[in-house]
Design a protein around this ligand. Structure first.
Ligand SMILES: *Cc1c(COP(=O)(O)O)cnc(C)c1O
Length: 349
């Protein structure tokens, strides 16, 4: 079997949630962001582990994701939908008890007309210019909306992973200006915002990447290991090329392992000639281009041929691999391919 194995440590994810919950402070609730299939790790298992750890409120991007999450969690936990109430979402929202985070006047009208009395939150734009009502729109509808009883007012920081970025304080001021005195619970901080400090926490924090062990939560537990089976090995003579476009050439006699994962599995082509895999504690350079289903690795220095090589593990985190690829940990995680066998580690009982 050439299927690679993605091992997901649910205990590590639960421990990361508890750590972020402690950092959020005793008066503050901590939600869990599980959009994009829990950042690629499998929403059903991840969300159940988080619920067991104590998470009661979850965030997804789409109503469809909310429906899958409701199936996994059953009734009870609050499921918030960041894209709000889109055309076609009404039935899902009411049948599966989803809470849309409304982000425009159009969505507010749609929700209040289609599902009067059903819960909703409101997203406010405080400077990111992506989702939510701007100040004049909010001022126009706030009196009616506050009456309708939103469960939450929320906004999102654009530069929270840069603590010194001036936009952080500007957004904080804008959020206060828009929401002070409303008496409605407020949510402002994702992982980066939690680390900025208590003035950013308000009533509910909503970490995502930190749960899965990614920057900027530097003390997070690592949650994924990715092991790629070796399909075959070959000796390559000096001057012989390896892979598409002959982008690597052996300078000395080399032993090359062909390994079962490629860009179709979420290993970016920018890793070509530019990453390491690990045999236990021994690094082995990736040589040549990343192709669709395969990569090639220089294992000349290994005394025994391993059955598999790790590209994510104790020696190489999601962020390390992202740095090598010129991207961010979020993108590495959410690109992890559907072909991997996902194995979940969890202490029982
Ligand atoms: C993705 C997202 C989060 C989670 O952010 P992390 O940086 O992964 O912690 C929180 N809030 C909103 C609005 C988001 O889009």
């Amino acid at each position: 079997m050439a299927t690679a194995t993605l091992t997901i440590d649910l205990d590590a994810i639960a421990a990361n949630w508890r750590a972020l919950d402690r950092l959020s402070g005793p008066e503050v609730q901590t939600a869990a962001v599980v959009k994009a299939d829990a950042y690629g790790l499998g929403v059903a298992r991840v969300a159940r582990a988080l619920a067991q750890a104590g998470a009661r409120r979850f965030f997804v991007a789409l109503a469809e994701e909310g429906a899958a999450l409701r199936q996994a969690l059953g009734p009870g936990p609050q499921i918030n939908v960041l894209s709000g109430h889109m055309p076609g979402d009404t039935e899902m929202i009411s049948d599966l008890d989803l809470t849309p985070m409304l982000n425009s006047l159009e969505q507010i009208t749609r929700h209040l007309e289609a599902l009067p009395g059903l819960p909703f939150g409101v997203q406010l734009d405080t400077g990111m210019n992506r989702l939510g009502l701007e100040m004049p729109e909010w001022q126009a509808v706030a009196p009616i909306l506050v009456e309708a009883g939103p469960v939450m007012l929320m906004s999102h920081l654009a530069c929270a992973d840069e603590p010194d970025h001036p936009l952080n304080l500007r957004q904080l001021d804008a959020f206060h200006e828009m929401t002070d005195g409303t008496g409605i619970p407020r949510s402002f901080a994702a992982t980066g915002g939690i680390l900025l400090g208590p003035q950013y926490h308000f009533d509910l924090t909503r970490p995502g990447i930190g749960l899965y062990g990614g920057r900027p939560f530097d003390t997070a537990h690592r949650s994924v290991t990715l092991s790629l089976p070796v399909i075959q090995t070959r000796e390559v003579a000096p001057g012989e090329p390896v892979g598409y476009a002959c982008s690597w050439e052996a300078e000395a006699p080399a032993l090359i392992a062909t390994v079962a994962a490629g860009y179709a599995d979420g290993l970016p082509r920018t890793l070509s000639n530019n990453a390491v895999l690990w045999d236990g504690d021994t690094p082995c350079p990736l040589v040549g281009r990343v192709s669709m289903d395969l990569i090639t690795v220089d294992v000349t220095h290994l005394s025994e041929m391993p059955r598999s090589l790790d590209i994510l593990g104790p020696h190489q985190t999601v962020d390390d691999l992202a740095d090598a690829a010129g991207t961010i940990g979020y993108e590495i995680l959410t690109s992890l391919g559907p072909r991997y066998a996902r194995r979940y580690q969890e202490r029982r009982g």
